[in-house]
Design a protein. Structure first.
Length: 172
């Protein structure tokens, strides 16, 4: 069972790195499952729109809700997130080379979201790579125990980890 995680500095940086990695891996024929996130700035608001795409080339779900400029609550649309989870579950199988999850977030920390998907991947002996932020690091470590390995936040380092963890010969 293999779990790698990345924590990049800067708003949206982990999303960008994981999206770039997924694109490179897909071009090399790596069989992917999971989600990557794209953030789109909203000029009228200090928040962004958050969309996740089900890998390898599946549906895109808007997982954020526009709650207004003055809102302070969680903007996550739990229904959209759960539909993305269902999409990932539909493609995850024993032939999957790698499961990528954009973030072990609040829902996963509370026992929902992609938590069961991650456990299923590990049961299938599929390596898991995910983003983690500081707010959810303790919950992630409690969930994953001694399994996770933190990987430097560069596409090259992540590609090297994937090559070793998935036992794949990737073009550098």
């Amino acid at each position: 069972m293999t779990i790698g995680f990345v924590m990049a500095e800067g708003r949206g940086a982990t999303d960008i790195i994981l999206s770039q990695l997924a694109a490179r891996l897909a071009m090399q024929g790596v069989r992917l499952a999971g989600v990557v996130q794209t953030n789109t700035d909203r000029p009228q608001d200090h928040h962004c729109d958050m969309d996740v795409q089900v890998l390898p080339a599946g549906e895109v779900f808007r997982i954020s809700q526009a709650l207004g400029a003055g809102s302070r609550g969680c903007r996550l649309n739990p229904d959209a997130l759960e539909r993305a989870v269902i999409g990932v579950e539909a493609v995850l199988d024993a032939q999957t080379d790698l499961l990528i999850i954009n973030k072990f977030g609040k829902h996963e920390a509370e026992g929902r979201g992609f938590r069961e998907t991650i456990a299923r991947a590990l049961e299938l002996d599929v390596p898991v790579l995910m983003g983690v932020n500081g707010l959810n690091l303790a919950a992630f470590q409690e969930f994953a125990g001694d399994l996770p390995v933190q990987i430097p936040a560069t596409v090259a380092d992540l590609e090297r980890w994937v090559s070793e963890s998935c036992k794949l010969a990737l073009a550098g």
